[in-house]
Design a protein around this ligand. Structure first.
Ligand code: ATP
Ligand code: MG
Length: 233
């Protein structure tokens, strides 16, 4: 029987947008995952400012965004936890629920991954799950050599996937035999995600500009109905 392979996309999701959804879908499809859990952080660490919307609104928007997409699931795993929402804590919680490190794929954009040396439990983190690093349009894509150079300790574990522009010369290897992997991998996924950020969406909303096409319609309706991200009076 094929084991359950679970992707996780953690984030602030303030608000969720089409870039998050495309990254999650790319990982789901390319790696053949059973599902991807989108996990809003109750207290995101590593941020200079607090999220603008409450954890409840951020979770609601994630749930609305995935409601019609098979394979994507809103997860409340990090909701209601006291203290910062650390990735290593989330991964260990999934282990205690019965998933092995080789069944979990933690997805991040390249911007978030670039900061990983500052994350709690680095570099032990890399033994807790696979990582899937998705290119981000506003972040210069790294060639496989440059990536290995930036993360030398991981060089032997990096597996390039996908064929978007910007990864010239990438050796495109098929997905490894995940059922018999000897250790977790760091997959570099060259997916063509849209150039969208939550920061830009919040900026537009507070300036009274439109956000058409940047978030699913149900999310746009939620934002409008609750007056989220409007400029303070
Ligand atoms: P903010 O501007 O507030 O930081 P954001 O758009 O970066 O918001 P986050 O909630 O910080 O969204 O991101 C959660 C995860 O999704 C991170 O790993 C991030 O790199 C990834 N991500 C966000 N947008 C994209 C995108 N357009 N393409 C690929 N990955 C993305
Ligand atoms: Mg971000």
């Amino acid at each position: 029987m094929t084991p359950r392979l679970v992707g996780l996309l953690g984030g602030t999701f303030d608000p969720i947008h089409i870039g998050h959804l495309k990254a999650a879908r790319a990982a789901l499809d390319v790696l053949g995952l059973s599902e991807v859990l989108l996990i809003p952080a109750h207290h995101p660490p590593h941020r200079d400012t607090e999220p603008v919307a409450s954890p409840y609104h951020r979770f609601a928007m994630v749930a609305l965004a995935v409601s019609e997409t098979p394979g994507l699931v809103a997860s409340d795993l990090d909701m209601g936890t006291a203290g910062p929402s650390y990735t290593s804590t989330t991964l260990r919680r999934l282990h205690s629920l019965g998933l092995s490190a080789l069944q979990i794929f933690f997805i991040t954009g390249l911007d978030a991954f670039a900061e990983i040396a500052t994350w709690k439990d680095y570099p032990g983190l890399f033994d807790l799950s696979h990582f899937v690093v998705v290119d981000r349009p506003e972040v210069d894509a790294l060639s496989p050599e440059a990536f290995a150079g930036r993360f030398p300790a991981l060089a032997h574990r990096v597996w390039p996937l996908g064929n978007a522009p910007g990864v010239e010369g990438a050796i495109r290897r098929p997905v490894p035999d995940l059922a018999n992997a000897e250790h977790p991998w760091v997959f570099r996924l060259a997916a063509d995600t849209p150039n969208v950020s939550s920061t830009e969406i919040r900026r537009r909303l507070s300036a009274g500009d439109r956000i058409d096409g940047l978030v699913p319609e149900a999310v746009a309706r939620h934002i409008a109905r609750h007056g989220l991200y409007q400029a303070a009076e």
